[in-house]
Design a protein. Structure first.
Length: 425
């Protein structure tokens, strides 16, 4: 893995013919697809900003054969060829899948192959799933999806903390991801910094939102909170994070939920992953024009948080009872003190909850006035209504940062968000 933008000598961007040849030359992948390379159907499904992504379907008329998802890093941002980037992001995604899949199981796709020369990652195809964001925008409802994402965050983070492991093991586990400098820099700039200063990458519905955009940059309380959360993200190496956990990183079907796109994986505070997901549900909430859609978004915030908290605390409880080797809240302190353990868990969950709310507010802000907007608001054809709802979302986010006591818990956040969203219905 490298932090330089130069492409290695063996790298080339693969076109359709190159993808066929690549898969055909790997016996396990070719066998999974079945048939012959000429019969494979290749569809580009690139949806994010960074990489080329294709679904390759090998299913034959008789029903035999399967599919794979083929992902390749580009030497630049996919949506902006002038923005040069190193290729190592698929390597970090592959490493993330290897690190968390033993703990989360089928909440991620199965990793099938990684090529370190071409920076190609091949995972199982999820062609019968839909992107959660897109499904929600069409009015779909997956009642178990938010719970599954909460369970995923707990199972992916807890085993990478010093609650579960000696600090030496955690250090060795996190060290490779500490080198994910390029994508972490994107997070630091686009999520944590740019929206709070004048920057050419920022854009919003101007002039209607100029006032709230100015408040974001100048409010003293917001500034203090942003500084605190910048430091929290950069110095709290609490666990291994997914790093980009929004509703576009979740695939759903009627019976299944999978979390994808772990290339932003980095050490950090657990509340960052929680906050990004909650923030995107808040964005969807304010984009919704009907009560049923708003109720689903609020329900999903609650279900996500409850599932995360309950699963994380249970993993911690079991580890303590089994005499776990973690160096934080050592099992020897609480093995015979169930009340003390409950109090310690409550203290930590309150800390993660506060981080979650602050990072959620920052995600709302950056997705409306920063570089990478969400399409949820595109479903509102009336520009006046769109401005009103975006303004309400930004106002809520500003208030959460300027006065964290305004929503000291997820339950309080849900109540406040419900009132603000209904005011703009």
């Amino acid at each position: 893995m490298t932090d330089t933008p130069e492409s290695p000598a063996g790298y080339r961007t693969l076109d359709e013919a190159g993808i066929r040849a690549f898969l055909a030359s790997r016996p396990a992948l070719a066998a999974r697809l079945g048939g012959t390379p000429g019969t494979w159907r290749i569809r580009e499904v690139s949806d994010g900003n960074l990489n080329n992504v294709f679904l390759v379907d090998g299913a034959q008329v008789d029903g035999t054969g399967g599919g794979v998802c083929f992902k390749q890093s580009l030497p630049h941002v996919r949506v902006d060829p002038n923005w040069k980037m190193p290729l190592d992001r698929t390597g970090f995604e592959a490493a993330y899948l290897h690190a968390v899949r033993p703990h989360v199981g089928d909440l991620t796709p199965d990793i099938l192959h990684f090529d370190p020369d071409l920076y190609v990652l091949v995972v199982e195809s999820l062609d019968r799933h839909v992107v959660l964001r897109h499904g929600l925008m069409r009015g779909g409802d997956w009642p178990d999806a938010a719970r599954a994402v909460g369970t995923f965050v707990a199972r992916a983070t807890f085993p990478t903390t010093t609650l579960a492991l000696p600090f030496e093991d955690v250090s060795r586990l996190l060290e490779p991801f500490s080198r994910n400098h390029t994508l972490t820099r994107i997070t630091v700039d686009l999520v944590l910094t740019d929206p709070y200063r004048v920057h050419p990458r920022n854009h919003w519905l101007s002039p209607a939102l100029d006032g709230i955009a100015a408040r974001i940059r100048t409010d003293p309380g917001v500034r203090r909170s942003i500084g605190r959360m910048q430091a929290r993200f950069l110095t709290c190496r609490q666990a291994l994070l997914h790093g980009d956990l929004h509703t576009g990183s979740v695939m759903v079907s009627d019976t299944d939920t999978r979390i994808i796109d772990g290339e932003f994986a980095t050490p950090g505070p657990i509340g960052f992953d929680c906050g990004l997901f909650v923030g995107n549900l808040l964005l969807h909430l304010f984009a919704m024009g009907n009560a049923a859609g708003r109720d689903r978004a609020l329900r999903d915030i609650g279900r996500f948080w409850t599932a995360f908290r309950d699963e994380f605390v249970d993993l911690w409880r079991v580890a303590t009872l089994r005499g776990g080797t973690g160096d934080s809240y050592a099992a020897s302190l609480f093995r015979d003190d169930a009340t003390g353990l409950l109090q310690a868990q409550d203290d930590m969950m309150r800390e993660v909850e506060a981080d979650t709310i602050a990072f959620a507010a920052m995600e709302v802000i950056r997705r409306i006035v920063g570089y990478a907007h969400v399409p949820d608001f595109d479903t509102i054809p009336d520009i006046v209504a769109r401005v009103g709802r975006q303004g309400a979302a930004l106002s809520l986010a500003c208030d959460l940062l300027a006065d964290p006591k305004s929503a000291p818990s997820i339950a309080a956040l849900i109540d406040l968000a419900r009132a603000r969203a209904c005011d703009r219905a």
